[in-house]
Design a protein around this ligand. Structure first.
Ligand SMILES: NC(=O)c1ccc[n+]([C@@H]2O[C@H](COP(=O)([O-])OP(=O)(O)OC[C@H]3O[C@@H](n4cnc5c(N)ncnc54)[C@H](O)[C@@H]3O)[C@@H](O)[C@H]2O)c1
Length: 303
């Protein structure tokens, strides 16, 4: 019998590992009848995750956001006989606020079967212009530590309940895959999310908790207003929030480990991993013009 070559065996193993779980778009959706929690769910892409969950038959949805007014309005609009939607005013930069909101959420909507760690902020400035607390610490707390704290809070419930498929969608960014001037702290916060989220995925798989799938999402610029003024690099037009959320949501349903959007994110990851740094800097800076993409960044006025 001919033994397949190592690359052929590796490919077969990778194909079978990448096979969708039983609860995917071809089977029952993990959203149907699920309890869903979306952080930063009051506006931007978070709002669209909440809307998808309601449209696809979630039993309950918890919206965690600092903007309680917008979260409450969205919950009122989407609440129905089929789906209970509850708004919680939570500042996820505070571990104490997370613990207390988790208790309220368990009582009101149940521990989440689907957790979307989406809340995030950006400060688009030179590193030495960042205020240590207001900019550096806040970015790391909201973008990096909050997803860890929130997942740590609910993971024991998810591990114990094997009766349902579970999903964790961690929203990172293309900014976590390459360096970029005027987003050093934001980039650092998202690099950390990718490392943590991908490691968590592997731990769950290796320890046999196959009912929990972790997806890490790395989109390039999206037109929510968060990155107003930034320019899309070559072949990387600024995406609509709908296109970005579609990709993340479908990937989350399938249990896809890493979702990148658009295709140039994967291309830049490969080139950066292959080329010497000096050559990559020329390609990224002069050809793709990534390094000047934040030069006119304004962000959201008033934030
Ligand atoms: N917009 C982009 O170009 C882009 C690109 C890549 C990744 N992302 C990531 O996608 C996620 C969503 O981005 P978006 O563009 O929809 O942002 P957004 O600013 O439109 O919405 C963010 C939501 O999070 C909430 N929020 C902010 N700080 C919070 C806190 N401390 N506690 C609780 N809620 C808080 C806001 O009130 C808002 O509702 C973020 O993690 C962001 O880093 C965005």
């Amino acid at each position: 019998m001919k033994i397949p070559s190592l690359p052929a065996r590796a490919l077969t193993a990778a194909r079978s590992a990448a096979k969708p779980s039983s609860a995917t778009p071809s089977g029952p959706s993990p959203v149907q009848g699920a309890s869903v929690l979306v952080t930063g769910g009051a506006s931007g892409m978070g709002e669209l995750y909440v809307r998808r969950a309601a449209a696809e038959g979630a039993r309950s949805i918890a919206i965690w956001d600092v903007n309680l007014e917008a979260a409450t309005a969205l919950a009122a609009e989407l609440s129905s006989e089929r789906t209970t939607v509850r708004a919680f005013g939570v500042d996820v930069s505070s571990p104490e606020a997370i613990v207390s909101a988790a208790q309220e959420t368990r009582a009101a909507t149940g521990s989440p079967d689907i957790l979307v760690n989406n809340a995030g902020i950006v400060r688009g400035s030179l590193f030495w212009e960042h205020d240590p607390a207001r900019d550096i610490e806040a970015t790391m707390r909201i973008n990096t530590l909050a997803p860890m704290w929130i997942t740590r809070e609910f993971l024991p419930d998810m591990l114990a309940d094997t009766a349902r498929e579970k999903r964790i969608l961690n929203v990172a960014s293309a900014a976590g895959t390459l360096p970029n001037p005027r987003m050093s702290v934001y980039a650092a916060s998202k690099w950390a999310v990718i490392g943590w989220s991908e490691s968590l995925r592997l731990e769950l798989g290796r320890e046999g908790h196959s009912h929990i799938r972790v997806t890490t999402f790395c989109p390039s610029y999206v037109s929510t207003g968060m990155f107003d003024g930034a320019r899309g690099p070559l072949l990387t037009p600024i995406m609509t929030p709908e296109a970005a959320v579609d990709a993340a949501w479908e990937g989350m349903l399938r249990g896809t480990p890493l979702v990148t959007k658009p295709w140039t994110v994967k291309l830049s990851m490969s080139l950066r991993g292959t080329l010497p740094t000096a050559a990559w800097d020329v390609v990224a800076g002069r050809v793709f013009q990534v390094y000047s993409s934040m030069d006119q960044f304004q962000g959201r006025a008033g934030r």
